[in-house]
Write a protein that binds this ligand. Structure first.
Ligand SMILES: [Zn+2]
Length: 327
């Protein structure tokens, strides 16, 4: 009987563990999760604060932080870094130029860190800034209170991929595989630990933003990252997970491109397939789309799908990457 009870108890423990595993990919904003010894994943509060995820990597004498986040997110992650280690943050890597990944740069440099990025990130800033910074300063107090006219570009850039940082304890490789989410998409890979940080080139959930992207080339970039053979995937938005995040990201972009291409070849009109949001008789009619994608990419589908369809449509019709079409 005693043995049976023990069996039942361990059965419950197993069930609880399975439930935990099953919800592993659920979003946990604000959580700091140890992925492997010395590598922490901090899931940003995207829904309420617009924050990206951050990763903290411990080296022998210093820390590397992946993504600068918005200034308010930078402050939270700087606090987290100080809580988990007495080592200073020496490098902050901007995976790309978007505000939620790079506008926190001044917070980090003031704290003594060097901001680092693939050269394409600095080029994207030259292309789109300071217009976006000015808009953000009107909407976000954390950006406004820095009293700057433009974002702070990364202090150190590299143009040969991979750029490598290593000491006796760890090797960290910074890769550029081409244009997916932006022209500057950087990946961070820890070869020994098989940990890959993807920025927004791969996200876990309906968080793909395609307006600066290259939808047609996106799967190619993620496939190149898949070639590294990572076990742990730490995306720019959404929960951490395994290689299934990369598989899903490739599948989503492939299916999106395929479905939009088929609608164009069928002679459909964009305004029928994906009408933008409109105000009709004082009422807001949200953007919608008739494009249907397979269940296997459900995790990546959300309210942005009509915009993603429109971006992909323009890319195919104008025969150039969405980011090369003025917007
Ligand atoms: Zn982004």
């Amino acid at each position: 009987m005693k043995q049976l009870r023990w069996l039942m108890l361990s059965g419950f423990a197993l069930l609880a563990a399975m439930a935990f595993l099953a919800t592993r990919t659920d979003a946990e904003p604000g959580q700091v999760k140890l992925i492997v010894p010395g590598v922490w994943f901090c899931e940003g509060d995207l829904a309420n604060l617009g924050h990206s995820n951050n990763i903290i990597i411990e080296m022998k004498d210093y820390l590397i932080v992946v993504d600068a986040n918005f200034p308010s997110g930078a402050k939270l992650t700087l606090e987290t870094a100080r809580r988990i280690s007495s080592k200073p943050v020496k490098y902050v890597f901007d995976t790309h130029h978007h505000g939620d990944h790079a506008y926190g740069n001044p917070i980090w440099t003031k704290a003594g860190a060097t901001t680092l990025a693939y050269v394409g990130v600095a080029d994207e800033m030259k292309r789109y800034e300071p217009a976006r910074w000015k808009t953000a300063a009107k909407e976000r107090p954390d950006v406004a209170e820095l009293h700057l006219d433009a974002p702070e570009p990364p202090q150190q850039t590299f143009d040969k991929s991979p750029f490598i940082l290593k000491d006796g304890s760890r090797e960290v490789r910074f890769y550029f595989f081409g244009w997916a989410h932006t022209r500057g998409d950087g990946f961070v890979y820890l070869p020994k630990e098989q940990v890959l940080c993807t920025g927004d080139a791969a996200v876990n959930g309906p968080h793909n933003f395609t307006a600066d992207g290259n939808v047609g080339n996106w799967p190619k970039v993620v496939r190149a990252a898949q070639g590294l053979g990572a076990r742990y995937i730490l995306p720019g938005h959404g929960a951490s997970g395994g290689p299934e995040i990369l598989d899903g990201q490739v599948r989503f972009m492939t299916e999106l491109h395929k479905a939009v291409d088929a609608a164009i070849k069928d002679g459909k009109k964009l305004e029928e397939v994906a009408p933008p949001a409109a105000t009709v008789a004082g009422k807001v009619v949200p953007a919608k789309t008739t494009i249907a994608l397979p269940d296997s990419v459900q995790n990546w589908m959300g309210p942005s799908l009509p915009a993603q369809v429109r971006d992909t449509w323009q890319e195919i019709v104008q025969k150039k990457p969405r980011g090369d079409i003025p917007h």
